[in-house]
Design a protein around this ligand. Sequence first.
Ligand code: DGJ
Length: 705
Amino acid sequence: MTDKTLIELVGQQTQLIVELGEYAEILHWGKKVSGDLKSHRMALHRPVPYGRLDTDISMTLSPELGRGIFSNPGVEGHRGGQDWAPVFFISNIEHQKAGVVIESEDKIAGLVLKTELLLDSNDVLKTRHTLTNNKSDVYQVNRLANTLPLPARANELLTYYGRWVHEFQTVRQPLLHGGYQQENRRGRTSHEHYPALVAGTAHFDEMQGDVWGFHFAWSGNHRLRVDVKADGRRYTQAEVIYFPGEIALNQGESITTPWLYASYSDSGLNGMSHHFHCHVRETILPREFKDKPRPIHLNTWEGIYFDHDPDYIMSMATQSAEMGVERFIIDDGWFRGRNGDKAGLGDWFLCETKYPKGLQPIVEHVNNLGMEFGLWFEPEMINKDSDLFRAHPDWLLAVNDYEQPTGRNQYVINLQNDDAFNFLFERLDYFLSTYRIAYIKWDMNREVVQPGHLGQAAGHHQIRRYYQLVDKVRKKHPEVEIESCAAGGGRIDFEVLKRTHRFWASDNNDALERQTIQRGMSYFFPPEVIGSHIGASHCHSTRRQHSIEFRGLTALFGHMGIELDPVKEELTEKQGFERYIKLHKMLRPLLHSGRTWHVPTDDKAHQIHSVVSSDQSQAVVMVAQLAMPTCALSGHLRLPGLDPKAVYRITMLDKPGNYDDIVNYQPPWTESGCELSGAWCEEVGLTMPILDPETAILLKLERID
Ligand code: DGJ
């Protein structure tokens, strides 16, 4: 046995103890405990039972079949059938405060594996591998996975599922024998398989339990797995799904995995979310607009769809500005041939029939009203009914000679074709250079069925080229903000967020549905990146009807906007938009910098969400009544995250129109306000008012001493 070294990575609350010898093994990833590392190591030696291999086999950062780890290997590949079970030996270690970079080599197989394991001060761990081929023959990589261990007490999971207009749904399940696996083969991050999950101790909840949250930062096909080995040990693994033959490394060539982000919290989901939110704010989000308040949007899509008339659009802009909107976005329908969703994609030239005087008068009008101007694009897509396709049928992302189904009547452009890539860049560049465009809504409305390039599988490269296209646009136009949209929330992940500034969370603007969607998303993302719009009172995607109060408060807790035609709205609705825009502007500094709390409830029919300022001097709380209250009385509202010693003045900022009519009387504190200590608010709380289903109230807390 070679000498072994123990190293520690330490965050604010987290500790990782890693043993480095022939290979790397994480011995402890959890709560920080001070003490002698060697004694801690001694405490963790495992027994070796009869009936299996005669020595202890470690769960390494890249499980290897050749070492006797009967887990899903970290590297799978071959060189014409050889070198298929590599075993790596550590050849170099660079250990710094932020983490460790481990280089391992398999001299026989001619492979080098670099493993990065970094822990930041927000307790977010990130890891990735780079595999390099050192031999002259091509090495075919089938799999390259990131692996992190979980302790045996992690025996419950929170995972995600969803679909279009129903993103970020969560489900709990026990983690017993065998484990869990999700595979995404849809070619984008997807609505169905958001690439994240949480493992934790039994019954972990918002406030309690040890949890380990994982987010795989990749916008394409992936596999996420949590395995319970037959011996009870468990681990999480995340990888890109490579198609056959896709990753072939020539001598000297490498492949790097996406980052797997992970965070441990000893205080349930809220603790985990705080880590990820801080990490997103400090490390993931592009820096340029960090201190700029998120402008309130008016997006034209649900207001006019493809029916564009410049004069009318300008009147929409005028109304928007009067309501307090700060950014006006023309959505789909502005370019040649785009009168519906069957034609036009790819023809990124202004439709001169719809816009005979060009775009400039509208941009100027919007700017003169004091608003920024934004424009919708869907660069990666093409309709067969387009001039682009007629000129370049070979630009389709496809497997030659096979038919493929359309999605929303469209196909994907092969970004690996340089001419296609350059054309798209040139078109985006043209618009961004010609007009004062402050914002692009970058959409992606179909799944990828045949990611083929020159006859070979190329799903991974397509995603890399997408990143390159966004990066190239950003480099040339750093003043432009970008929203990532994919038929709503189909492309939401940390890797996209490194190059964009906001997500369109869902095409579903139904406030009731949005409560669940935004809650699911908010475990990993802070409110300022969650695009959240007030839609029409009759929701277009569910046909439900909601009051302006419920719609307004739901949209308030994100990056707020309006998604309708303001010209057609009645005065009371307009007054409502104005009111919630004002409220959002007032609360925005707090909402977009404070700490989000998913507040536990006495009644599952509620959803309570609060944001507490980082200095704990203020807080804002939304109590949403999702369904019929379970009992006649709704229990207590108990608020975590306040300074226990401080006294707060609590006032109700907003309530449903019928608030006082549905009961003999509501709790008096909701009328008069009250003053309570942070400790009281957390431990005992306030009696809940009675609310009708699909309504909400908003409270403000201000520290008074
Ligand atoms: C899907 C998006 O999610 C919508 O908001 C809208 O932009 C449409 N595409 C336009 O085609």
